[in-house]
Design a protein around this ligand. Sequence first.
Ligand code: COS
Length: 384
Amino acid sequence: MSLLTPEQKAIQQQAREFAAKHIIPFASQYDKSCEFHPYLLEAAKESKIFAMAVPVEYGGLGYDALTQALVLEEWGYGCAGMGTTLAASILSMDSVLVAGTPEQKKLFFTPMLETKIGSFGLTEPGAGSDAGAGKTTAVKDGDSYILNGTKCWITNGGFADVYVIYASTDPTKGVKGLSAFILERGLEGFTVGTVDHKLGIRSSNTVELLMKDVRIPADHLLGKEGEGMKIAMMTLDLARPAIAALSVGLAQRSLDECVKHLQAKFPGKPQPGQTLQFKLADMETEIQAARQMLHHTMVLRDSGVPFSKESAIAKVFCSDVAMRITTQAVQLMGGYGYTSELGKYMRDSKIMQIYEGTNQIQRLVISRAVLAPAPAASAQKAGK
Ligand code: COS
């Protein structure tokens, strides 16, 4: 029995059909050529795919978080590489959602409604897990900021239309000097460096971004100077469940492909051997547990209660499940596993444990929350 509403089920079905028509048939080809898939964007444009994450007052559909997770799972089921391209655009929108003024939201969300691509630039060489240690600077100059620095491993960086870039407005203040900015495509001094060759999610675009005296209007600062770290952390709280959702999709796809293979290999035989049966049962159990955990996190977010810890838990659990299930699927299917698409799912899963905060960082976030002093009983009663 499903606890989803009829509307959520209909949206899930639409997303499933989108993946079946526009993602699954191309996944292998673009994984092999390590190319980004422009056709996907055309299809996404037709389906106004990013509207789900844009609030209604800015012309979007404003889906709740649970409904968005249902869609993201279908993208992950189709292809985690293409799913990453789409999910990273939503990640970039999250920073604007968290800290943008109405004008900034209009500036950023309008192109997203036309399925332009967004990109989120936080990581730097030497500032990955230590997000606040970046060296990119933003210096105020009249009505502008001038940005200098390098970002690395930036998804969609090579072809995005709009970017959120983090840079320090006061390097003497460390984390408290970090600020967030909106950048638009085509600025002088903004170039793409190395394009990364990856183990998995190969159809997504991952690049280095180079900024040399890039001038942007001062009103493209998100929030206030020095609020960048908070904005980044709040963005990642919102975005990490998207990785959990892609992971659940990947795990489900692996299991489904195993089952299909077994059914084709042993036609008419109702049951494979018991060892295999038990393994399949464990895989199904883990996937269901991961999905329920993700949905629970999304319900918390939709209810407006704090969900930072649960967001990290869902990311760790679902990505670890994806890694285990996809590896298990290859192992169970032996030679077929190693030479079929199952290998791609295993390669694609690895990044789920790494990007948007490694699983070690998620464990840090979780343990800090566990060790934090309990709120006073009176505050708990008041629902604070
Ligand atoms: N929501 C709001 N604010 C938050 C927050 C959250 N979830 N988490 C932290 N903050 C705030 C803190 O309150 C603090 O502000 P104040 O000093 O004003 O209170 C500020 O952000 C810095 O937080 P903290 O001291 O915890 O920062 P640390 O340097 O210890 O780093 C970790 C914290 C490691 C958790 C952070 O650097 C991190 O998440 N790293 C991973 C980055 C990442 O995911 N990169 C992937 C990029 S996308 S592929």
